[in-house]
Design a protein around this ligand. Structure first.
Ligand code: M6R
Length: 634
């Protein structure tokens, strides 16, 4: 939540900061701002409500000149989204500016003390206390003042600070919010995420918790909070900068959906050698894994849904029992995990606050911890004992797609790896599964090719939904108010069984987060226990019904919906002939694949359906309202 970008060097800083903030806009987009050193004895700040383009418009008319600046794009926690609450925040002399990502938990007490000392606050944010504290402790050296101020602060932060008194200097620090330094030639960058600096350098340093960095254009000095120097070499990032661009697609989400077959191919190529699976970066010896008696998977949102699929995979491929929990629930119960438990934390960003806290709780209880995450060097990858990277490249759209299938791919491979270690499966069976898995990216590609051929039809179906939706609303509102019974059920219901049940909730999540249309995902067997009461001719019921051991049960469930006038959209295996008898609204066919791998195929139409509906409704697909890409606060 919130993106920070800073630059110091020889170039004009304003365009770089704007470009960097645009790359970080997925982290929050309710207001933004920039603070510039321009040689005078005051810092110049421009900030505004809304997206970066609003800031850009103002700056185009009145550019800020200078070569050292920090910028911020905000996702509001304390204080409404407004110009006043937008970062950067200034001290009372306008000589120090701070941008911040995180939450200062004791800000209320700090604010009270500072007010008693005569400070007048200009915003409702928690962040503003930081700048006043830095000003209070400032005696000619910014890093000393920052270190001193941070001793008063409780909470989480990634900050970048500049002062007009020390030209060319940016001081940044972090605790539990991400911050990365980009080392260039005669210039240095600081940002919340590598994707913002990749265009300029691939030499990066991940700042650790409790560290403070002083950046000048030709130096980068890291210390701990006590001022002790820390030496760290940059790491080279192999992500290609074009991966963080739209590449001709109208939205990042669509581009990322189409990247999936290529990502899976690359994952398989990297991890599978002959019939053996290799996780070179895992750091957990096979002997330690052999002691594992149970697995607990923790994650949030889409990554949690991947974890649910993981349960089916591990329980099919091994004889280890598996539990799956949302990180926010896991961390506050008293989870029964210990030295015989493998806790797997799944996360695209590797920065999700609850998942990070869950791993810490698991470590406290002596469990073995492993993270499956996408971002190299992220907090989770450093916190967990072991790591497996998904290598899906930067995921920019807030709605996660390619990270999900990459997580699934790693879970399949991990399941096969464990079965190889534990010998829980006949070697011939394991090889057959692996052979089929190697073929799955090709099936995904052929489904997406088919979508491209049939794109107009998908758009038409989304349009039909829009028309039906508004007709129903019109009918309702034009009726005599006394005769109105209730609003029409303009919503989507997603049903799935067994290993495709998690995709039902994933499909519903995708739709609601980008189109704001209510959607529910359910295991179909639960229909009769309540949700069937919702069925009439209004909701769209997406039935995930590929060939599987529960296919007949699924068909019975579809019939029950049909008998109540339900509007059904089944997702079936190609060549299915019986589904037409149920007179569906339309049918989506996926290529034939074993049930165990089918989630990798059935999720594609769910992602595309959400995309098409949101596009038809004209929503901001890549940056849906109220959301941010990484949830680094609780
Ligand atoms: O970075 P993470 O994978 O830990 O993020 C978890 C969720 O915040 C994330 O999956 C979220 O639910 C997405 N917006 C879903 O599309």
């Amino acid at each position: 939540m919130c993106g920070i970008f800073g630059y110091t060097g020889k170039k004009e800083a304003q365009p770089l900061v704007i470009q960097g903030l645009k790359q970080l806009e997925y982290r929050g987009y309710d207001s933004s701002g920039i603070a510039m050193q321009n040689g005078s004895n005051a810092i110049r700040v421009v900030k505004t409500y809304g997206k970066i383009k609003n800031l850009e418009e103002i700056l185009n008319k009145q550019p800020l000149k200078g070569t050292t600046a920090v910028g911020h794009t905000r996702w509001a926690t304390h204080g409404t989204p407004s110009k006043e609450n937008a970062h950067p925040h200034l001290d009372k002399e306008n000589q120090i500016a701070v941008v911040h990502n995180g939450i200062i938990e004791n800000y209320f007490d700090l604010k009270k003390t500072l007010q008693e000392e005569g400070v007048r606050f200009r915003s409702e944010t928690d962040t503003e206390v930081i700048v006043h504290l830095v000003a209070k402790y400032y005696k000619g050296n910014l890093e000393n003042a920052v270190r001193r101020a941070l001793r008063d602060v409780h909470g989480t932060y990634a900050i970048a600070v500049i002062t007009s008194a020390e030209p060319g200097k940016i001081v940044a620090a972090k605790l539990d919010s991400p911050l990365v330094i980009g080392k260039g030639e005669n210039e240095n960058y600081v940002a919340s995420d590598v994707s913002a600096i990749l265009e300029y350098t691939n030499q990066v340093i991940y700042l650790e918790n409790g560290e403070v960095v002083t950046l000048m254009r030709d130096s980068c000095e890291i210390t701990n909070l006590a001022g002790k120097p820390i030496s760290r070499q940059p790491v080279k990032i192999n992500w290609d900068v074009t991966q963080a661009k739209k590449g001709g697609f109208p939205h990042y989400m669509l581009k990322e959906i189409f990247e999936q077959p290529g990502i899976l191919t690359a994952i398989l190529k990297e991890r599978v050698r002959g019939y053996e699976i290799h996780f070179d970066e895992l750091k957990i010896p096979a002997a330690a894994l052999k002691k594992v008696k149970r697995i607990v998977i923790i994650a949030c949102g889409t990554a949690y849904h991947a974890g649910l699929v993981g349960k089916y995979i591990f329980e099919e491929f091994t004889d280890i029992p598996v539990w799956v929990d949302t990180s926010s629930e896991f961390r506050y119960r008293d989870p029964k995990v210990g030295p015989d438990t493998l806790v797997i934390a799944i996360s695209q960003s590797g920065e999700t606050a609850d998942t990070l806290a869950g791993v810490r709780e698991a470590k406290r209880k002596k469990a073995l911890t492993l993270t499956i995450c996408n971002v190299l060097g992220s907090s989770l990858s450093r916190e967990a004992k072991g790591v497996i990277y998904t290598h899906a490249g930067p995921e920019i759209a807030v709605a996660s797609t390619k990270a999900y299938t990459a997580q699934l791919a790693v879970l399949y491979l991990l399941g096969l790896y464990l079965s190889q270690n534990f010998k829980t499966m006949k070697e011939s069976a394991r090889r057959e599964l692996l052979k089929e898995f190697l073929h799955v990216p090709q099936l995904m590609r052929s489904f997406l090719d088919e979508y491209k051929r049939d794109e107009k039809n998908w758009e038409k179906n989304a349009h039909d939904f829009n028309v039906r939706y508004h007709e129903q609303l019109d009918k309702y509102y034009s009726a005599d108010p006394d005769k109105r019974k209730r609003a029409p059920n303009g919503f989507f219901l997603y049903l799935g069984r067994n290993i495709n049940y998690p995709n039902a909730i994933e499909g519903a999540l995708k739709l609601k987060e980008i189109s704001y249309i209510p959607a529910e995902g359910y295991p179909s067997g639960e229909m009769k226990h309540g949700p069937i009461a919702l069925i009439d001719e209004n909701p769209w019921v997406i039935c995930i019904a590929p060939e599987s051991k529960t296919y007949d049960k699924m068909i019975s469930n579809i019939q029950e919906i049909k008998a109540r006038s339900g509007y059904i959209v089944p997702i079936v295996t190609e060549g299915n002939e019986d589904i037409q008898r149920l007179n569906p609204a339309y049918v989506i066919e996926i290529p034939r694949v074993s049930e165990i791998f089918s989630p990798l195929l059935t999720v594609l139409p769910l992602q595309l359906l959400a995309y098409c509906v949101a596009n038809e409704f004209g929503e901001d697909i890549d940056q849906p309202r109220n959301l941010a890409k990484s949830v680094t606060v609780e």
